[in-house]
Design a protein around this ligand. Sequence first.
Ligand code: ZN
Length: 318
Amino acid sequence: MYNEPIFLQPEFKERIWGGTKLNEIFNYDIPFENTGECWGISGHANGANRIKNGPLQGSTLAEAWSQHRELFGNEEGAEFPLLVKILDSKRDLSVQVHPDDTYAREIEKENYGKTECWYVIDCEEGAEIIFGHHAKSQEQLASMVEQGEWDELLHRIPVKPGDFYYVPSGTIHAIGEGIQILETQQSSDITYRVYDYDRTDNNGKKRVLHLDRSLDVTNVPHENPTLERSQWTEDGIKKEKLVEEAYFTVHHWSLEEKSHGITPETYQLFSVIDGEGTLTTEIGIFSFAKGDHFIIPATVESYTLEGTASFITSVSNK
Ligand code: ZN
């Protein structure tokens, strides 16, 4: 029986809006001056993580998902369902929107649309996100986009560390400059760019916009989802539920000493956003530290955590 955590080798993505904070904050050995994304837990074809330890060392998470489904509670689905990233926005990300599953399957021939959520790890004073829009009808949305009335259209919100945003598919959004977030999302790489601030790359070229598809999938009018964050102590760990919805449930866990023995109901995804410690199963003791990403397979009977650390954890609800 597979009775140990699966640690993953992060994948990094160069982005025009990226910076160097993934190195400064998480000590990652980043490959680019403008590293925008660390894909920490991914089975996606555009960046599947390799497994760092154990019997499946060297395999990708995608291979583990297709060949060892018992590790994932025999959950169904052609692809590993979730994708966990840490983003560093030195500059504004483009204003964008993602399709739902139905649109992704019909139009893009992809398995999953993209509902996502963000936990703000750190940010600069005055940092903002764009979340939703003020158009009352499809016609008004189309006309405001066409006229470039961005200040009137887009809804801006100031953010601070510890904030959490749930971004269902169809929500117009953007992460502003100076923010480091952990994103838990459906495993999809489909982005429709609505507005890119008329920026150009090193070759003077603008990035492509996808206005027709953006207008197709944007929810009108925008509705703010209601979130009820609840906190409690369980298994010797301070837990906070950030969101529970159709695709995932996401928690913040705060470990202050030693947890009780935890029996996972299904496989669990972990990203260590602060601190360090050890994880013990029947077969060994495994060290973890800030910046590590791992999965506890569904086959692990019981484990304990010890140390001082904060995690963002998630489970799939498929
Ligand atoms: Zn997005």
